[in-house]
Design a protein around this ligand. Sequence first.
Ligand code: ARG
Length: 478
Amino acid sequence: MHETSSTEESTHASEALWGGRFEDSPTEFTQAFGASLPVDKRMWESDIEGSKAHALMLARQGVISNEDADAIRSGLDAIGAQIEDGDFEFDIDDEDIHMSIERNLTEAIGAAGGRLHTGRSRNDQVATDARHHAKKLSDGLAHQMLDLRGALLDMAQEHFGVVMPGYTHMQKAQPVLFSHHMLAYYWMFTRDFERLRAAYRAADVLPLGSAALAGTTYPLDRHFVADELDFAGVAENSMDAVSDRDFLLDLSYACAVAMMHLSRLCEELIYWSSNEFGFIRLSDAYSTGSSIMPQKKNPDFAELIRGKTGRVYGDLMALLTTMKGLPLAYNKDMQEDKEGVFDAVDTLGNSLVVMTGMIRTMQVNEDAMRAGALGGFMAATDLADYLVGAGVPFREAHAIVGKLVLECEKQGRTLQDLSASELAAIDERFEADALEAVDIDKVVERRTTYGATGHEAVKVQLDHARESLAADTRAMAD
Ligand code: ARG
């Protein structure tokens, strides 16, 4: 802890790492208000990596001695080990993780620690840490996204051939394969995976060496540092480098869209698991009961993911708004960048764990889906098309089938309940094979276009999905 100062509520500005030119200090309150340590301490590993690379480069360039660089690097390793083991005491008087580690380093190794910050500003340091850390975060989410895609794909494969109602306007529209419905989400999450990879690439540029905003007079080798830290490139403009947070916005946006997709899937799982639908049963592990109604099994976790989507949108809007009025280069406003992004990443990460488990453990009620597909006159278009095949103009066919549907509705029957002779009685152009037109499996099977729900088309789609998952898994392993 820092010593208490002469006035009760101020801390020693002279003890802060920038304290040289200050005579008075912020109060404890403003000190805490200005601090980001509680949020940015989770970047400690990136901060240590970045400092180690910087020190090594300074020595190679002859700016500091090899002995100093060695002392700095092993001192940083020791701090890293302490943090890892939970033995490191974060001092709330330290403004941020950069100050915290540097102060502890200097306390541990003496003067050499004071040479670490040569040719560096916290402005390029924080941008470097944030990019280094963002790469890790997007990587982790991309791996989780692969797991979810795998779960959806397995579900689609396992229940191949199961017919269910497809909806538009939440009204029964045309029957589809359950596999087709699951694969629709597979492709959404494949795009999310790609967005996360794009966010990774956006972060993969090194700002370090830009110093406060203008670059530095020391002969820094930024490309060496980029190689050391495994960055694909070096930022071209020092002012842009220290004040660009697009890479965090990209990550935040990727999280927001993925949450939107999860939320849509949750919405379906929620009503599919209702008594009215009964299409699926969520595992007890992903349901909760009611404190008053003994019969209840609630899809709480799906509802929570749907509910948490809002905060992730909020995280994105907050950062967009923080950035919108900022002149070049660094402004302290930008310290607000991390909390929301971390929240978005955590929320998506947790939601992905839950969703993947929920999909892997849910039971599919194939009979209920099929029964649902028989209702709602979903073969009506095919029956009209049958008449078109017999030479009836489509508009006339539409009207004939429309009347037929009305009649069935009055009698509480489905199209599949009708016999060939009943059909013929309505219009003599309905022959015996008209029954095939309303056969629900055949209705699906007939959709043979590329990307359609027909069995053959879905088989092709399943193959392509499998291939894309394998390719993305390979790419992530490299
Ligand atoms: N904690 C600061 C942040 O997160 C680090 C950069 C501080 N730079 C400065 N000039 N005050 O943005």
